[in-house]
Design a protein around this ligand. Structure first.
Ligand SMILES: Nc1ncnc2c1ncn2[C@@H]1O[C@H](COP(=O)(O)OP(=O)(O)OP(=O)(O)O)[C@@H](O)[C@H]1O
Ligand SMILES: [Mg+2]
Length: 506
């Protein structure tokens, strides 16, 4: 405190001590100004040496570091070099009027409090000084007891303030884990689980609805674990053509199949020593599941077309928004692979179960958006906050992020209002809703078979999102590929609603 504020220089050697003990990243909350040193800096300005001496002695005892100056000009020069926390300024000095000096200090060192001193007490100048932002107005000769008390009060107040700043940044650090934000007990539990597992777990399954942060959690595992300096390789299993899976994962040799003109290593080999992230693992075809299981169990892979095995040391982290147990029961996912992946499971809670995270996430997303868009945004109107707190959030954190970004784009002032949020939740749904599940269906008084309910539900969702396949897949919590498979199975490819240009552009 007292020194010019340059975040990096200020923190200097202490910065490494502030790294996230969990992932090694220095949290942004810690790059602000350093909390004050124990002794705040006091600058005394008076042309009477006796006054300087007395104040120096009393303030030193009250815990201040003291610098004395005999003139206004000298005081300003000193302040530019070392911004003080407190200045005691004589009202009448040969070179400058104390009130002018007060004005200058308020302008150029806004963090510095100012006390005026005078031997010619006058109500006018006292009122003027306070109006200009002076902390207090003292008359000379000093009442020593009062001066001592005032200095002690100020020092204690400064210490308290520094303590609060330090506490706040400490709290901010605990609310962030390797890029994931969350203040809810549920998310704190997730952070703690990842932190404890990351050093040991070799295979991890992350489950959670769409947009709950599965990919972010996978990256957190990587950052918080011993493989953080090794590769993090991702494959999105819903985006790979069935016939290419094997070669993607395990590689191939030249001539292994038509088009294999060169030998190519697979992702397992690319991730050697690091981590392979199998996103949407529920979409993996059964034939590839068997080969994946083999790779996990033996720790070796075989390129397509090769008889040789290669040892790989890769940690596998899989994510799914499906209920894999149900997939196993339905015969769509191998039970043995599920149990192999499921040794360690981290389930990310949906946003609706941790609504206390909403204001916090909103503030963070808004800060980012405001910075990117160069807008002076700094909050929500109470009505907008109510809308966000009560929405369904079927799309979870991703949906919240999109809604905030869109609202920030539309906002002209400094606050986002419910007006900018209206319409952010889909064209036909009310501002707080997303398409809901169809009511339980019955045929001849009996519950309808699941297949029939699924068919009707898919049709209903497609209708509500104007036939947009991508949006429907999101609402249904499945990949687009999985949606097409289901459309095919239900013979809906031609029958299902398609996006109509008129509605899309309206
Ligand atoms: N706890 C969080 N803190 C900050 N941002 C988050 C958090 N959780 C999710 N996000 C953000 O929300 C978006 C979606 O997250 P992510 O891609 O990790 O979700 P997902 O579960 O993998 O979704 P999907 O199932 O659709 O693939 C990303 O932009 C991510 O940065
Ligand atoms: Mg994902």
């Amino acid at each position: 405190m007292g020194e010019p504020v340059d975040a990096t220089a200020e923190w200097g050697g202490e910065i490494s001590a502030l790294r996230c003990p969990r992932c090694g990243v220095i949290p942004t909350a810690m790059s602000g100004p350093k909390p004050p040193a124990v002794r705040p800096l006091l600058l005394v300005v008076d042309d009477e040496p006796a006054v300087l001496k007395i104040v120096e002695r009393l303030a030193g005892k009250a815990g201040f570091e003291v610098i004395t100056c005999a003139s206004g000009a000298e005081a300003l020069r000193t302040l530019m070099r070392r911004p003080a926390d407190l200045a005691m300024v004589d009202l009448r000095m040969p070179d400058v009027n104390g009130l002018d000096l007060l004005r200058q200090i308020r302008r150029s060192v806004p963090g510095c409090e100012v006390i005026l001193m005078t031997g010619y007490a006058a109500v006018d100048s006292a009122v003027e000084a306070i109006k200009l932002g002076a902390r207090d107005y003292l008359t000379k000769p000093f009442d020593f007891d009062r001066l001592r008390e005032l200095l002690l009060d100020i020092r204690l107040e400064m210490e308290r303030r520094a303590h609060v700043v330090a506490l706040e940044s400490q709290v901010a650090r605990q609310l962030e884990f390797c890029g994931m934000l969350g203040r809810s007990p549920l998310m704190q539990e997730v952070f703690s689980l990842i932190q404890r597992l990351a050093p040991h777990a070799k295979v991890v399954l992350i489950s959670g609805e769409t947009g709950t942060g599965k990919e972010l959690a996978a990256r957190a595992f990587h950052q918080a674990g011993p493989r953080r300096t090794r590769p993090f390789v991702t494959i999105n299993c819903s985006a790979v053509v069935d016939t290419l899976f094997e070669s993607e994962l395990f590689g191939h040799v030249r001539g292994a199949f038509t088009g294999a003109v060169e030998s190519k290593p697979g992702l397992f080999e690319a991730a050697q020593g690091g981590m392979l992230f199998l996103d949407e693992v529920g979409e993996l075809p059964l034939s590839v599941q068997a080969k994946l299981l083999r790779a996990l169990e033996l720790g070796e892979v075989q390129r397509v077309g090769s008889l040789q095995s290669k040892r790989v040391d890769v940690s596998v982290i899989a994510a799914t928004n499906r209920d894999l147990r149900a997939e196993v029961a339905a015969g769509r996912f191998r039970g043995d692979l599920f149990y192999r992946l499921n040794v360690v499971e981290v389930a990310l809670p949906p946003l609706r179960d941790r609504r206390e995270d909403i204001p916090y996430l909103t503030a963070a997303f808004m800060r980012d958006a405001a910075q990117r868009m160069g807008k002076p945004l700094n909050g929500l109107t109470p009505a907008a906050e109510r809308v966000l707190l009560s929405a369904r959030w079927d799309g979870n954190v991703r949906e919240l992020k999109n809604v905030i970004e869109r609202a920030c784009m539309l906002t002209d002032g400094t606050l986002v209002s419910d007006r900018e949020l209206a319409g952010a939740f889909g064209p036909e749904a009310p501002s707080t809703g997303r398409p809901r599940a169809a009511a339980p269906m019955r045929t001849n008084g009996d519950p309808a078979p699941l297949e029939a309910v699924e068919r009707v539900h898919i049709l209903e969702v497609l209708r509500q999102v104007n036939g947009n396949r991508m949006a429907a897949a999101k609402v249904l919590g499945i990949s687009r590929r999985a949606l097409y498979r289901r459309l095919d199975r239900h013979r809906l490819i031609d029958e299902a609603p398609r996006p109509s240009l008129a509605r899309r552009t309206s």
